[in-house]
Design a protein around this ligand. Structure first.
Ligand SMILES: N[C@@H](CCC(=O)N[C@@H](CS)C(=O)NCC(=O)O)C(=O)O
Length: 271
């Protein structure tokens, strides 16, 4: 990290402890689900949130790219008292870092069981590499693209449903004969936090959850946790709640997102 470039960003980047840079999206939700759970257990006293504006393209500024060269949020900076600052990028690696550093007795991971922790990492990788990227493409072709391409919409919605089917079968115990409430080891863990923020937003991708009853129940179970409800307000109220409160909100939010996404797309095509 180049400290001089970082200094050109918001002054809150110098706050002690955990600093999160995020906007209200599923990838950010993964992280705030955990920080709010850790706060509730007294494992993380407080932390700083720096809201990132996509409309202003803040995630592509030089100071932000010190924290994530990929120019995407979420990103984490931890201004540690003795070891100095460390940056962490990619939502799943932020979850693993926070768990190891602040959840030291393993409330949300498997500190004393390497096999279960390996299983947890497998499910985290499955969601991070599959559900997020496929559903993200659904969002683009179904919600944001001004040109509606049926084959692209179908391709990504089908793949998202296929991946939901894998989660549904796992919860049903299709392969091991064990019905489950949680993805790994019989407890709520970062494997669940890493997946639920995407699955709860199925409707935004144009995908119905009706054919996945166990997955729907799992979404609701996580949704009802007080820490989840707090997380869904960071840095502003989540899309789904806004849509429930105001049926026109979906259209408004899709148009606003489409504008900055398509501007970014045009810039890429100019190069
Ligand atoms: N694999 C990354 C994906 C991050 C990502 O795609 N973030 C999006 C929002 S969900 C973003 O920052 N988009 C801004 C842009 O594309 O410029 C992660 O999980 O952290």
């Amino acid at each position: 990290m180049n400290a001089d470039v970082l200094k050109t960003g918001p002054k809150e980047l110098e706050n002690p402890g955990v600093v999160l840079l995020l906007a209200q999206t599923p990838n950010a939700g993964k992280v705030t689900y955990l920080t709010e759970e850790l706060k509730a257990l007294g494992k993380l006293d407080s932390y700083t949130v720096i809201p990132i504006s996509f409309a202003k393209n803040e995630q592509k500024s030089a100071w932000f790219e010190q924290l994530n060269a990929n120019g995407r949020m979420p990103a984490l900076l931890d201004n540690r008292p003795t070891k100095g600052p460390i940056r962490v990028f990619e939502s799943v690696s932020i979850l693993l870092y926070l768990a190891k550093t602040y959840d030291t007795d393993g409330a949300f991971w498997f500190k004393d069981d390497d096999d279960l922790q390996t299983e947890l990492v497998s499910w985290c990788a499955f969601t991070h590499g599959g559900v997020g990227p496929m559903q993200g493409q659904c969002n683009f072709f179904y919600r944001y693209s001004p040109e509606k391409i049926p084959l692209a919409i179908k391709r990504y919605q089908d793949e998202t449903k296929r991946l939901y089917g894998v989660l549904e079968a796992h919860l049903a115990g299709k392969h091991d004969g064990q019905e489950k409430e949680w993805l790994v080891g019989g407890k709520y863990s970062i494997a669940d936090m890493n997946a639920q923020p995407w699955v709860r937003m199925a409707v935004w991708a144009g995908v119905e959850l009706d054919e996945f009853p166990r997955l729907s129940a799992w979404v609701d179970r996580i949704e009802q946790r007080p820490a989840t409800q707090e997380a869904l307000k960071i840095p502003e109220q989540d899309k789904l709640s806004q849509m429930k409160a105001d049926p026109e909100a979906a259209d408004r939010m899709a148009k606003a997102a489409s504008k900055w996404i398509m501007q970014g797309q045009d810039k890429k095509e100019d190069k």
